[in-house]
Design a protein around this ligand. Structure first.
Ligand code: SF4
Length: 169
């Protein structure tokens, strides 16, 4: 009797876990660390000193012996991932590679309406490294031109009140 109740409760918890996971849009695999909500947080940001890169993905999922970063943007809806979000995800892949010594095969980007998979290929890695070099070079200059024409990005930007290039007041 008691055994049946325990088994029933375990099954119920399993179903709840499956539903929550499905709603979160996370890929299957053990959640090794997370930087959102409750759970085991990443103790420190991941650091790749030689690329001047620091960051914390929202989740690290263990899949087939590799750590896969997951970035969640719950307020964003789009049919295709933004290129800037993909590069942020690629940066997390590079951070995982640099801190664990293992190259993740991919990363996942979760929007409110869809989950996108980025294959972390040598070409993606090369593009990211070139972008990082370009960004570091720009940090040494006094004036940097706006790189987009999206007023929504400016509306949500913390530098808006100081920025001469802002597209919104
Ligand atoms: S306000 Fe300026 S710094 Fe911020 S997103 Fe717009 S152009 Fe870029």
């Amino acid at each position: 009797m008691l055994g049946g109740a325990i088994l029933g409760l375990a099954l119920l918890l399993l179903v709840v876990a499956v539903v929550l996971r499905w709603r979160a849009g996370l890929p299957w695999g053990r959640v090794a660390a997370m930087d959102v909500g409750v759970g085991r947080p990443l103790e420190r940001p991941l650091v790749a000193t030689r690329y001047g890169l620091v960051g914390k993905p929202d989740y690290l999922i263990e899949r087939g012996g590799a750590m896969v970063p997951v970035e969640v943007k719950p307020g964003r809806r789009a049919p295709h991932p933004y290129d800037s979000d993909l590069m942020q995800l690629a940066a997390y892949c590079l951070l995982v590679e640099e801190t664990t010594g293992h190259t993740p095969p991919c990363g996942y980007l979760r929007y409110a309406n869809a989950t996108f998979r980025l294959s972390y290929t040598p070409a993606v890695r090369r593009r990211l490294v070139a972008l990082l070099a370009e960004m570091h070079a720009l940090l040494d200059t006094d004036d940097v031109a706006r790189s987009h024409d999206d007023p929504r990005r400016c509306a949500g930007c913390g530098f808006r009140t100081f920025c001469d290039d802002a597209l919104v007041e």
